[in-house]
Design a protein around this ligand. Structure first.
Ligand code: THU
Length: 130
């Protein structure tokens, strides 16, 4: 299916900095106002500092003022395609569980809602501060 977000996620994947894993990931995150923010994974010689594509896209979005999101497209080269890791699920859940998640690989794609990927997420609502 033609999807401009898929093209943007693929272009972001090209920029992945993954010299250690060689596993390149790109993401495109659409805000409710239609703006699209992209991200790629950024690895580090101190491996644990690696940031996933989903969270670099989220950071770009938040710094631009976006707080509500419609969907995210994640592109990788594995089959089945990479779904957001647990840390990214939690980071995205901060901004709502109705986010549509589309994971695309060379062979096939998968779709979920974030709520399906991270049911009963711990969010500010549970903290009682919102
Ligand atoms: N990675 C992502 O960027 N997103 C995912 O959904 C899965 C994993 C990155 C982290 C690391 O740079 C590499 O892929 C291998 O785990």
């Amino acid at each position: 299916m033609a999807d401009p977000m898929l093209d943007l996620a693929r272009a972001a994947q090209e920029q992945a900095y993954a010299p250690y894993s060689r596993f390149r990931v790109g993401a495109a995150l659409e805000a409710m106002d239609g703006r699209i923010f992209v991200g790629c994974n950024v690895e580090n010689a101190s491996y644990g500092l690696t940031v996933c594509a989903e969270r670099t896209a989220l950071g770009a979005a938040v710094v631009a003022g976006a707080r509500e999101f419609r969907r995210i497209v994640v592109v990788s080269d594995c089959d089945p395609p990479a779904s957001p890791c647990g840390a990214c699920r939690q980071a995205l859940a901060e901004f709502g569980g109705s986010l549509q998640v589309r994971a695309v690989g060379p062979e096939r794609e998968q779709h979920w809602t974030l709520e399906a990927l991270l049911p009963d997420a711990f969010t500010a609502r549970r903290l009682g501060t919102s």
